[in-house]
Write a protein that binds this ligand. Structure first.
Ligand code: SF4
Ligand code: SF4
Length: 595
C-alpha cells in the first residue's frame, strides 16, 4: 500500500488494474480519456488495451472478451454512449460472463461536450446497474465493486463519474495487490450468446425480476449511506454529495447519499423518507434521484414534499458548486445566507477559443474560403479542433451536429439546394470513427459533395491519441497505416487530391477543381498538428514594407499577429512559422523561413 496523489481518471484506471481487468477498449473523449491512458501506462503486462475506432467498436470488443470470461472495461464520454447504444441495449439482454464495466464520463456544464445528457437515464433505459462515485478516492474503490456486481449478476454495469470526479485530484491509498481473474475462455452456447426474439423475451422477464433484487442489494451497498436525523432531509449523489457535506459542516439533517441511482436502493430510501416532512434533492444534470423519491412517496402514500430541480429549488442545467449548494441548503434549512462578496475582477480582454497559431486547419479553411469567393456554398463542420473554424474571421462552419454528421448533413442540404456547393469538413480521426459510412452513402446515392479531410495525423483535441491512420496502436505496436485516399478510392470516390494546405496557391486550386466535379470529390489537406511538431521557423514583419492594410490579421485571425501602431507585428513566442500570413500579405512585408 502506498499513498499516491492521483487524478480521478488515474484512480479509476488503477482501480480497474487492481480488479484484474484484462481487456480495455475505448474511444477518447473529455473528460474520460485518461482512464484508458493510465491503464496503458501502468500495464502489468497482461492487459490488452486499445483505442478502438469508435465507441461502438470498443463496446463490442469488450463484450467479446467478457463472453470469454475476461474482466473488461470500456471507456468513453457521455455522447460516446449514443454511438455505442446499439450493442449496449442488446448486451443488457444477453449479459456477460466476465465482469464488464462501461465507464461513461458525464460532463455537467457542459465544459467540452455537445450535450448535458445524463448517463443515469441510459442506465434506466437499458435496465443496467449504474455506479456514481462522489470523489476520486471513492472511484478507486467503487470500480472494484462494479466488477464484482457485474459478475454476481452476469450483467454489464455502467460506471458514471462526472468531470469534477474525473479531473479532481486526491491522495489515495493505492493497493499494489491485484485480484486474480483468469478468463475461462469462450464456451459455445448458442442459447446464451445468440440473441433471438425468444431469448430477448425470456431475458427481459429475467431482468425485470432481477433488478428489484439488485436494488435490494444496493440498499446495503457500502457507498450508499444514510446519516443524521430531523424532519427535513437532503438526498444527493455524485460530486454534489461532497459539496453538501462541505456546506453542512457540523449540521446533521437526515442525509441520503445515493451511489447507485439504478436500480434505486428503495429500502434505504424508504428508511430515509420515514418521518420526514420535506426533502431537498441536490444532484447535477437531470432530476433522477428526485423522480425516484417522488415515485416512492406516491407508491407508499408518504406525505413528504420533495424539492429539487422539478420545483425550481436547484438550477435545471449546468454544474452545481459549493456556493450554489450553500445557497439552496440555507434556503431549505432556513439558515441565514449571505452571498459572498467577490472581489472585483480587473477587466480582461475577451479571449474566445481560436485555432492555435500556425494550425494547418486555418490554412485549409482559408483556402476553401478563397476558392469559393462569390459562389453559393454551405460548409458543414464536425467535432474536433476544427469546429473552431466557425470563429471570425474564418467563419467557415455553418453546421455542426455530432461525430460524422458533416458528411451526411451536407448531402441533405444539397438535396434541397442543388445549386449550392456543399462542403463537409472532417478530421482524420473522425473520418475513421464515423465518416466512412457517410461517404458510402453519398457515392451510393449519387450526391454532389466536396469532402475536405483535415488530416493532421493525430486525434488532436483529446490529447493526441493514435488512430488507424497513424500506424501506431495503444499497445505501442507499429501496425498497418490505413490510407485515407485508398479508402476513398475503394469506396468509389472518383476524384481524390492530397495537398499541403500550407501551400496556399496549390490548396486553392485543388478546392476549385474538386468543387467543379459532379458526384463526390475529396481533398485531403495533409499537414501535421503543430502541437506535436517542431516550429518551422519564425516569421516577422518588415516595418519598412508593411502598409498597415491588416489583411494578414483580418483574413486569417492567427493569434500571433497583431497591430503595433500602424504596422503589423508578429509575436515571436507564438509564431509557428506556418508561412500563411506571408502568403497572404499583398506587399511581401512578412518574411522568415519560407516553406
Ligand atoms: S507564420 Fe504567420 S500565420 Fe503562421 S503562425 Fe506565424 S504569424 Fe501565424
Ligand atoms: S498584410 Fe502585410 S502589409 Fe498588410 S498589415 Fe499585414 S504585414 Fe502589413
Amino acid at each position: 500500500m502506498e499513498k499516491q496523489f492521483l487524478m480521478g481518471n488515474q484512480a479509476i484506471g488503477l482501480g480497474a488494474i487492481r480488479a484484474g481487468v484484462r481487456v480495455v477498449a475505448g474511444y477518447p473523449g473529455t473528460p474520460s480519456t485518461e482512464i484508458l491512458e493510465t491503464i496503458a501506462k501502468n500495464n502489468p503486462g497482461d492487459v490488452y488495451v486499445e483505442w478502438s475506432v469508435n465507441e461502438k467498436a470498443a463496446l463490442e470488443v469488450a463484450a467479446g472478451a467478457a463472453y470469454a470470461g475476461a474482466r473488461t472495461l470500456v471507456t468513453m464520454k457521455q455522447v460516446g454512449l449514443n454511438v455505442a447504444s446499439d450493442p449496449l441495449m442488446s448486451l443488457a439482454y444477453v449479459g456477460v460472463k466476465g465482469g464488464m464495466v462501461i465507464a461513461v464520463a458525464d460532463d455537467p456544464g457542459p465544459i467540452s461536450s455537445q450535450t448535458e445528457q445524463d448517463t443515469r437515464h441510459f442506465a434506466q433505459f437499458s435496465k443496467l446497474p449504474v455506479f456514481d462515485p462522489c470523489s476520486p478516492e471513492e472511484a478507486y474503490e467503487m470500480i472494484v465493486d462494479a466488477f464484482a456486481y457485474s459478475e454476481k449478476y452476469h450483467t454489464p454495469v455502467l460506471f458514471r463519474p462526472t468531470t469534477r470526479v474525473c479531473h479532481g485530484c486526491a491522495s489515495i491509498q493505492v493497493d499494489g495487490e491485484r485480484q486474480d481473474h483468469d478468463p475461462e475462455g469462450f464456451v459455445k452456447d448458442s442459447s446464451r450468446w445468440v440473441i433471438f426474439p425468444r431469448l430477448s423475451f425470456q431475458n427481459h422477464k429475467m431482468i425485470e425480476g432481477r433488478n428489484p433484487r439488485i436494488g435490494e442489494d444496493f440498499s446495503s451497498y457500502r457507498f450508499n449511506e444514510l446519516t443524521g436525523s430531523g424532519k427535513r432531509g437532503i438526498a444527493t449523489g455524485g460530486v454534489s454529495y461532497e459539496y453538501t457535506r462541505e456546506v453542512l459542516g457540523e449540521l446533521t439533517p437526515k442525509l441520503l447519499k445515493v451511489a447507485t441511482p439504478h436500480p434505486f436502493p428503495e429500502k434505504l430510501a424508504l428508511e430515509f423518507l420515514d418521518g420526514l416532512d420535506e426533502v431537498l434533492v441536490i444532484e447535477e444534470l437531470d432530476p433522477v434521484i428526485e423522480r425516484e423519491l417522488t415515485y416512492l412517496c406516491g407508491k407508499h402514500h408518504l406525505n413528504v414534499t420533495i424539492r429539487g430541480k422539478l420545483t425550481g429549488d436547484i438550477p435545471p442545467a449546468g454544474e452545481n458548486t459549493v456556493e450554489s449548494v450553500r445557497e439552496a441548503v440555507s434556503r431549505f434549512l432556513e439558515l441565514p445566507y449571505e452571498a459572498p462578496e467577490l472581489p472585483e475582477l480587473p477587466s480582461m480582454p475577451i479571449r474566445p477559443p481560436v485555432l492555435c497559431a500556425g494550425c494547418p486547419h486555418r490554412a485549409s479553411f482559408y483556402a476553401v474560403k478563397q476558392a469559393m469567393k462569390g459562389k453559393k456554398a454551405v460548409f458543414s463542420g464536425d467535432i474536433g479542433c476544427y469546429t473552431l473554424g466557425n470563429a471570425q474571421p474564418l467563419d467557415m462552419v455553418d453546421t455542426c451536429l455530432c461525430m460524422g454528421a458533416d458528411v451526411t448533413m451536407a448531402q441533405g442540404l444539397h438535396r434541397v439546394e442543388p445549386d449550392a456547393v456543399n462542403f463537409s469538413f472532417i478530421g482524420d480521426s473522425t473520418f475513421f470513427a464515423s465518416g466512412i459510412t457517410g461517404v458510402v452513402n453519398a457515392v451510393y446515392n449519387q450526391t454532389d459533395i466536396v469532402l475536405i479531410v483535415l488530416d493532421n495525423s493525430t486525434t488532436a483535441m483529446t490529447g493526441h491519441q493514435p488512430h488507424p491512420g497513424t500506424g501506431i496502436t495503444m499497445m505501442g505496436d507499429v501496425s498497418q497505416k490505413i490510407s485515407i485516399p485508398t479508402v476513398l478510392e475503394a469506396i468509389g470516390v472518383k476524384h481524390v487530391a492530397t495537398v499541403d494546405p500550407l501551400d496556399l496557391k496549390a490548396a486553392i486550386e485543388a478546392v476549385k477543381e474538386a468543387a467543379g466535379i459532379k458526384g463526390v470529390s475529396a481533398v485531403i489537406f495533409k499537414s501535421p498538428c503543430i502541437a506535436v511538431t517542431k516550429p518551422a521557423g519564425l516569421f516577422s514583419v518588415d516595418e519598412g514594407k508593411c502598409i498597415g492594410c491588416q489583411k494578414c490579421i483580418r483574413e486569417l485571425g492567427c493569434p500571433a499577429t497583431t497591430m503595433e501602431g500602424k504596422k503589423a507585428f508578429i509575436e515571436p513566442s507564438l509564431c509557428y512559422g506556418c508561412s500563411i500570413c506571408a502568403q497572404v500579405c499583398p506587399v511581401g512585408a512578412i518574411g522568415g523561413d519560407q516553406k
